[in-house]
Design a protein around this ligand. Structure first.
Ligand SMILES: [Mg+2]
Length: 131
């Protein structure tokens, strides 16, 4: 039977594999965006512009979510939405901002995951509102 120590080891091994897998994908995504910007985008929009573009893209996703899952309704002709594409738009801009501000998203993700696995490890498990 597993005890908490064994579960911790299993969890750490799975986390390490997940991090290695995601590292390759995130690093590749940052390179793909950087290559595209240099080849076809002329240059990055500045950080302020990209941050406002990020807000625009989040708004586009929010519009769809409020209509599909919330109480808002679609106007005629608005029904052809693509949530995945809107999330990808957000991801693209986040990568742009990361690239131009020198953020290594892999390291940032690893650090953030570590925080969630330590500080926040039991936080949601103990949240009675989630039960
Ligand atoms: Mg969009």
């Amino acid at each position: 039977m597993y005890n908490y120590f064994h579960l911790d080891l299993i969890f750490l091994k799975l986390s390490a594999k997940l991090i290695i897998f995601l590292s390759m994908k995130i690093e590749a995504a940052q390179k793909i965006v950087d290559d595209w910007i240099k080849d076809k985008g002329v240059r990055y929009f500045n950080e302020l512009t990209n941050t406002t573009i990020l807000m625009e893209e989040v708004g586009e996703l929010a519009r769809i979510i409020s209509r599909k899952y919330g109480e808002q309704s679609f106007k005629k002709g608005e029904e052809n939405f693509d949530i995945a594409d809107e999330i990808a738009d957000i991801f693209w801009v986040i990568i742009c901002i990361s690239n131009q501000t020198g953020v290594d998203l892999t390291k940032a993700f690893e650090k953030n995951l570590e925080k969630k696995n330590t500080r926040d490890r039991n936080r949601h498990l103990q949240n009675k509102k989630l039960k």
